[in-house]
Design a protein around this ligand. Sequence first.
Ligand code: PLP
Length: 389
Amino acid sequence: MKVNGHFSNLATSYLFTEVARRQREYTAAHPDAETIRLSIGDVTRPLVPAVIDAMTKAVAEMGKAETFRGYGDEQGYGFLRDAIVKYYAGKGVELAPDEIFISDGAKSDVGNILNIFSTDNIVAVPDPVYPVYVDTNIMDGRKVLLLDANAENGFLPMPGEEHVDIIYICSPNNPTGAVYNREQLTAWVDYALAHDAVILFDAAYEAFINDPALPTSIYQIPGAEKCAIELCSLSKTAGFTGTRCGYTIVPKALVKDGASLNAMWLRRQTTKFNGVPYIVQRGAEAVFTPEGMAQCKENIAHYRENAKVMGAAFDKLGISYCGGVHSPYIWLHCPDGMTSWEYFDVLLEQYHIVGTPGSGFGKNGEGYLRLTAFNTAENTKKAMERLTK
Ligand code: PLP
């Protein structure tokens, strides 16, 4: 037998293990130092009451013969897909329920969606970005073209002359916090239509966008329904990182190489996926109620306030950064020409603050460091006071 040889082309993923190792060793050597972790891309606030109430009711239903549910629809329950249709209508986007596929989170679908594309496709991925895009393509043996995201282009690469077949766009971006505006996304949609390419639009952080002029969905751009798939998640919108629920939108107008991508994705999901738990989908439905949405927005406002506190501290220090406005991430330019790991060590050893070295997100991340707003207001303030005093 032979294994998938493409796995040997993957770079060793040591970023978060190395961050944890350095933090552990530092804490062991300095037990009195109160370290504050501003490195994790995980929410810190619990699920909101509307979600807990809905899931509690669903648990009770599962315990009664009359309301018990077994296998559900692989594409997701109608009640949740209808709630998402309404949510998108609020953004001015018209969707049909069968264009929405409920998932156990965006990470799975970011990887799984590649099942419907040929391994001959050329893939464009911004650098730096969420590492899953590159790694899932390397596992399949696809050719990846990196698009430079840097201070010159505001960490928002734009289409070039070169032909590509699949384009990843993450807006607001992890790790840079940069957000594409309407004109920039229109340029990408126009490119995709002209090149018969498909955009994979990762909207995992859309709920952090705080300016009605900025698109929160690729389908707010005319023509996107003919060239884009949108992947979204309730992880950051509603604190579902451990609860696991997201959704992928594949418009029926998306026809490539003579095939309906919606029909292909449905075939893939009905073959390889058995749906998200009923209890979780009821919790997800509650996120889209006025009450649930207001509660989730309160949590996002809390994280956004933390980001503002961080931004103000770095303004005071004269350290330039990107993000932190429509994103939980602040992307710092390491001062004094330090490398990402050098600045990581300075923050840890002098200020007891843990960040994530930007070099772990791609070659253009060298010389940058990512901090996150996912912490308490108290810890965020304390960390920033250490830096500014
Ligand atoms: N997409 C991006 C850009 C992310 O940063 C993350 C998680 O951090 C995900 C997708 C994964 O989200 P989920 O928790 O829904 O799998």
